[in-house]
Design a protein around this ligand. Structure first.
Ligand code: PLP
Length: 395
């Protein structure tokens, strides 16, 4: 039988990126005790008041079809959130709801780029962006993000990779895996380059509420960029609710009008009871975000204290997010090799930096959504392996 070329473009995507995680699960299945710091999923339950709202809505019959844009209540709540944040009137016509940021990203990209186009991302990048971009038929072009700039994209580096085929810059601030938060000046400079080359900016902002150091700015907040920016986000991280799959995009009215038929052809909207719960959550400060903020910052500091400067490791507290990076280049191993040995020899699973792009070669990404005692045990394992490697180097 014949298949469409999209299946070839996506075939085999990413399974080697997850080799350590997959091996860790196999070892666990076989009875080994593994400390897993690979994936980042909120480690606190979805707040019970949100679940109560969804439950009451379901019992009140909010279980029918919705529509391609979203339920009026959640659209109004999102319009209010973004009007307040940007200081400009954002209306429900600027907003569309989707099952999570991931779906929003996929549908938004299908509306902006296709075969023959280029979509630009930073490198390192969030692991699913490759699939989102390849599905459109477009090619991904990388802007290197340098550790000496705190992994924040610089306008001059962006300018260097732009060709006439470029259509979209996919930004991620706060950034996964580095935690980098783009400042207003950096965004304005990046935005200037995008205006010059007539690029769309898609801004993935799922970690907006998990910033430890710095102030959140979105390109959407900058009036000069509003006509070319689409912000995507969700309640997955901000409200510890990834399983509810409640996300959205906010952009120019002309854009959402164009996108609507695409969304209608895929979804009959998102579930009304989840829309009600999301509207409720957006109407008040997120206690879940406050708890995670406190926990993740404490754990990042704890990890940095235990690893930074030990056996050549560099491990600094990130600006934001659910992860911390450890630079293990001084051990002489790649991130892939270190992570695999760490799993086999110390039963600690972390993500190799290489899974997030070539610019993160020789790094490890550690999840902060793991209890403190496990974090301590994982750090001890990393220190033991790094010390063994150092002894061998100087033996
Ligand atoms: C940068 C980034 N974007 C998007 C997502 C997915 O978010 P959602 O659950 O809203 O689809 C994640 C999840 O880890 C992420 O790290």
């Amino acid at each position: 039988m014949r298949y469409a070329s999209v299946t070839n473009r996506l075939a085999g995507l990413g399974s080697d990126k997850w080799a350590v995680h997959i091996r860790a699960r196999e070892m666990r299945q076989a009875g080994a005790e593994i400390i897993e710091l690979t994936i980042g999923e909120p480690d606190i339950p979805t707040p019970s008041d949100m679940i109560d709202v969804a439950d009451r809505a379901m019992r009140a019959g909010r279980t029918g079809y919705s529509n391609g844009r979203g339920e009026p209540g959640v659209l109004a709540a999102l319009a209010a959130k973004y009007s307040e944040r940007t200081g400009r009137p954002i209306t429900p016509e600027n907003v569309m709801c989707f099952p999570g940021t991931q779906t929003a990203l996929s549908i938004v990209m299908l509306g902006l780029a296709e075969g023959g186009d280029e979509i630009i991302t930073g490198d390192p990048l969030y692991a699913t962006y490759d699939g989102v971009i390849r599905a459109t038929g477009a090619t991904r072009i990388s802007v290197p993000l340098h550790p000496e700039n705190g992994f924040r994209m610089q306008a001059a580096d962006l300018e260097k990779v732009i060709t006439p085929k470029a259509r979209v810059l996919l930004l991620n601030t706060p950034h996964n895996p580095t935690g980098a938060v783009l400042g207003k000046k950096e965004l304005a400079e990046i935005g200037e380059v995008c205006r010059k080359h007539d690029l769309w900016i898609v801004s993935d902002e799922v970690y907006e509420l998990l910033i430890f150091d710095g102030k959140f700015t979105s390109p959407l907040d900058l009036p000069d960029l509003a006509d070319r920016t689409i912000a995507v986000s969700s309640i997955s991280k901000s409200h510890a609710a990834p399983g509810f799959r409640s996300g959205w995009c906010v952009g120019p009215k002309a854009f959402t009008q164009r996108l609507l038929p695409l969304s209608e052809s895929m979804l009959f909207g998102v579930q009304p009871f989840i829309a009600d719960m999301t509207a409720y959550a957006l109407g008040r400060p997120s206690a879940a975000a406050a708890t995670m903020h406190e926990n993740y910052l404490r754990r990042a500091e704890r990890i940095s204290e235990r690893l930074n400067g030990i056996a050549g490791i560099v491990c600094k507290v990130p600006q934001a997010g659910m992860f911390i990076l450890a630079d293990i280049r001084a051990t002489g191993l790649t991130g892939d090799a270190f992570a695999m040995r760490l799993l086999e020899e110390e039963h600690v699973a972390v993500m190799p930096g290489e899974s997030f792009g070539e610019n993160l070669s020789g790094y490890l990404r550690l999840s902060l959504s793991v209890a403190d005692d496990k974090i301590d045990a994982a750090c001890a394992g990393i220190v033991r392996l790094a010390s063994r490697l150092q002894q061998r180097k100087y033996a």
